[in-house]
Ligand binder design. Structure first.
Ligand code: AMP
Length: 281
């Protein structure tokens, strides 16, 4: 496995790869969720490239860019074990030689809501860095997690609209044994916080029971129940909503079997840590 930290040496290594290439973009601090995306990529493409880059343009000034975990040696060992062909691990100056504001991107309307409301420039930063990675890495496919459902949908819309010749592949959310969605940010949690964070998975399970088993069709009732469960776990709700699973549009009636289905989407804070989760109902 090779590692490149600058663009010319990445391109040289990339040119030596014959066959199809799948990219798995990450911010590092790899966990089993990331590894499941690597396995998905490896099963379907000849070579897997992983990018590890904590992207400053998707963080707001008050967010955790500086303290975000960066265990690079461990990450590289995990990539090697997973059979990754190459890792692109650039410094901020390599990705943004003209500074962070050189070329901003406009994003579709769904980027303004949910995560976009709490983190106003987040998706513009995500779209920009992923565009840059696509142009540098030139993958045939890119794998993203459903854990970040809104990100997946926005990037898929971007790839379609801007005609990137890249197949978008979605990987399911990997969870701890008790249901907590794996996240690089889980390491920030105290023991109590870790227990309380289960409120998210419980709220999603409850939403599924209400909709699937009890036939609840009123989105407000499902949203209220999810918010109650999260609050009962001492978490502060940022949003707890039921939306169309592909467009993220509001739904008047929850029908899990209609069209693309509906998704329950959550964000909440515990211990000052902001966690997100979702489930297709
Ligand atoms: P991140 O390093 O957090 O930017 O995530 C990199 C990729 O891993 C994104 O496509 C995420 O959606 C995905 N991902 C994060 N957590 C999980 C998880 N628990 N299961 C599956 N994929 C995940």
């Amino acid at each position: 496995m090779w590692t490149a930290v600058d663009i010319p040496s990445f391109r040289k290594q990339r040119a030596s790869l014959k066959g199809s290439v799948a990219l798995v973009p990450t911010m590092g601090a790899l966990h089993r969720g990331h590894l499941s995306l690597l396995a998905l990529a490896k099963a379907n493409y000849d070579h897997v490239i992983v990018s590890i880059f904590v992207n400053p343009t998707q963080f707001a000034p008050h967010e955790d860019f500086d303290k975000y975990p960066r265990p690079i040696e461990r990450d590289l060992a995990l990539c090697q074990e997973a059979g990754v062909a190459g890792v692109f691990n650039p410094a901020v100056e390599v990705m943004y030689p003209q500074g962070l504001v050189a070329c901003e991107m406009a994003v579709p309307v769904i980027a303004k809501e949910l995560e976009g409301e709490s983190r106003p420039n987040h998706f513009a930063g995500v779209c920009r860095v992923v565009t840059k990675l696509f142009n540098i890495i030139e993958p045939d496919a890119a794998v993203f997690g459903q854990k970040d459902l809104q990100q997946l949908l926005i990037l898929s819309a971007m790839v379609a609209d801007l005609n990137f010749p890249i197949e978008m592949i979605a990987g399911p959310t990997l969870r701890e044994a008790d249901g907590l969605a794996m996240s690089s940010r889980n390491v920030y949690l105290s023991d109590d916080g870790r227990r309380h964070a289960l409120g998210l998975a419980k709220a999603l399970a409850e939403a599924r029971v209400m909709v699937r088993d009890q036939g609840e069709s009123d989105p407000a009732a499902v949203e209220a129940a999810m918010a109650r469960t999260i609050t009962a776990h001492h978490m502060e709700v940022d949003y707890a909503v039921v939306r169309h699973a592909r467009t993220l549009a509001k739904v008047e009636c929850v029908d899990p079997d209609a069209g693309d289905g509906v998704a329950a989407i959550l964000a909440a804070r515990i211990d000052g840590v902001r966690l997100i989760d979702n489930a297709i109902l």
